[in-house]
Design a protein around this ligand. Structure first.
Ligand SMILES: *Cc1c(COP(=O)(O)O)cnc(C)c1O
Length: 386
């Protein structure tokens, strides 16, 4: 498809390679090897060791969260965040239809069900207006302070927005609506480490937040996640992610059914080294985004920019095509040319596991679903030198 030749050439020039260009590859250019080797030499590669404590401290310091709890992956962090936020069997949790499936799986692990609402076009994330309108029409705040679905009396317990591709959602609007309807706000910040909303880190606005360090994220531990919370909820989360074992010199005392969700020390070692470079990565990704924006300004494709008042980490760069036909042509032309691009996710309300769930009007979600394509977004090695 000739009209995308210019874009393919631009991406090849940008990455300076004739090889396959992945959507997102990690960069290991700091102390990764040194820390992982130190970890192996110490023999503490598994569930105890100093790198886990250090990684938790460093993430808390970087994000400004009072407490951080490391987990085996981001989905586990989300699951326990919801449990700690009070989500129970039979509850409803409001989330966006346009997200990665892990958001909804975490809700399902609690025995709860998602309510799929629309996103805003300028954030790609949950719309506070859509939440307000749905609550006004379908829910009631009872005298006991519990928000309930009018149809069947199920408790609407929490609200779980996601910061799509690293772009912060309208947090001010969501904090406000959650407060008025007594909903626990939990942020799926899996994609947005390093993104700021009005100068503050995403993941620290809700009662709890969850990060992911999967291989394709801004920062990776191989696999891993982190839960952000205040001291009290953080302590509860730590207990639940470590088999509910009470501290004791030798006895096995587990005071409830809990999870083995702790991050191994060897993964945390990788994380400590990666975290030392987070600001370099974010700056490099923002430079790349600026280059895309500049190049795309002369094309039909609309580059997705960070929302006003925010600093996005631009985890994945994205464009909005004119229509589905153009989207398909772009995906075909770029992938045929060895430049990896991907469509945005199918709406969660279409998946077999979640088709039966309650949803609102999804006009913006559907519009974006048929038009958004992600472009290669790895940090360019040249931008990390010197
Ligand atoms: C990556 C991701 C997660 C968590 O993923 P894990 O692979 O379990 O670490 C959760 N939600 C979203 C939106 C994600 O992109």
């Amino acid at each position: 498809m000739q009209i995308f030749d210019g874009l393919v050439r631009f991406i090849r020039d940008t990455y300076g390679t004739k090889d396959l260009i992945p959507l997102h590859a990690p960069a290991f250019r700091g102390h990764e090897k040194a820390y992982v080797l130190e970890c192996i030499d110490s023999t503490y590669v598994s569930s105890v060791g100093p790198f886990v404590d250090r990684f938790e401290r460093d993430i808390a310091a970087y994000t400004g969260a009072p407490c951080a709890v490391a987990t085996v992956n981001g989905t586990a962090a989300l699951h326990v965040a919801l449990v700690v936020a009070g989500v129970e069997q039979g509850d409803l949790v409001i989330t966006q239809a346009l997200t990665f499936v892990a958001t909804c799986n975490a809700i399902a692990y609690c025995g709860a069900e998602p309510v799929f609402l629309d996103v805003d076009r300028h954030t790609l994330g949950l719309s506070p207006t859509a939440v307000e309108q749905w609550l006004e029409s379908a829910a009631q705040l009872d005298a006991d302070g519990v928000c309930r679905h009018k149809d069947d009396g199920r408790t609407v317990r929490a609200c779980l927005p996601m910061h799509t591709f690293g772009h912060p959602v309208d947090l001010a609007g969501l904090v406000d609506v959650c407060k008025r309807w007594n909903l626990a706000l939990v942020e799926d910040a899996a994609e947005s480490l390093g993104s700021l909303y009005q100068g503050r880190h995403t993941g620290t606005f809700g009662r709890l937040g969850a990060l992911s360090f999967n291989g394709n994220k801004v920062l990776t531990t191989g696999g891993g996640g982190m839960l952000l919370a205040d001291e009290k909820l953080g302590a509860r989360a730590k207990h639940l992610t470590t088999t509910a074992k009470r501290p004791h010199a030798y006895e096995f005392i587990h005071d409830e059914v809990a999870y083995n969700y702790r991050l191994p020390n060897i993964n945390a070692a990788l994380g400590c080294a990666q975290l030392e470079q987070i600001e370099t990565f974010v700056q490099a990704k923002r430079q790349l985004a600026a280059r895309y924006a500049d190049h795309l300004s002369t094309t039909e494709l609309q580059f997705v920019q960070e929302p006003p008042g925010c600093r996005s980490n631009y985890w994945l760069n994205a464009v909005i095509c004119a229509d589905r036909a153009q989207r398909d042509a772009l995906l075909q032309a770029t992938n045929d040319a060895g430049v990896s691009t991907r469509p945005i996710w199918q709406l969660m309300s279409r998946l077999p596991a979640f088709r039966h769930c309650v949803h609102g009007e999804l006009l913006h979600s559907e519009w974006l679903e048929s038009r958004v394509v992600n472009l290669p977004s790895s940090v360019i090695s040249a931008s990390l030198e010197d």
